[in-house]
Design a protein around this ligand. Sequence first.
Ligand code: RBF
Length: 191
Amino acid sequence: MTAKIKDLSSFAQNQEPDGEGLSIGIVVADWNPEVTGALLEGALTTLMDKGVDRDDIFVEHVPGSFELPQAASLMIKSTEPDAIICLGCIIQGETRHFEFIAQAVAKSSMELGINSNVPVIFGVLTTDTHEQAKERSGGKHGNKGDEAAVAAIRMARLRQDLLPFFDDFLMDDDDGIFFDDEDDWFPEDDE
Ligand code: RBF
């Protein structure tokens, strides 16, 4: 009998995300609130469906998407979640700031995740029209808040699986998981 070989992605897809015991932060932008409110609703419902306790979900609101990475950073420091979700809605037709805001938020969110080692999930809609945003926040294209919740659980589990192997590198007595400086990546041999 030939063993069925599964690659990592098929393995992950076949597994039901299990959120039990996780703590998740959500930062949500209040610009286009009917859209971001629906994203938040979707994220909360899915997190709880997958076993995350409501008491372990921390929600903070910010004025607009531009503020999401800053708030996510503050939340990582204060509540030390297993993952954090950024929810926002940037509509091209409404602003010539579109490219600046969208690119800044995407880049900063990714950098925050890499530098803090807490997964940061990008749940920011960037659409041409308000209609397209509605379709992706509980309309015919689903709810991207749901997808962000599943991504957060999967990345939190990945982090939990891999972090123990790197404890010596990642843990710092004063600052928890944060690096003080680049040398922490390559500690000198004591001898
Ligand atoms: N924030 C959003 O989340 N989505 C937007 O579509 C959006 N459009 C904006 C358009 C303009 C002209 C300005 C000045 C701000 C906009 N913002 C938007 C708000 C922005 O993310 C931020 O909250 C403010 O610029 C304050 O830093």
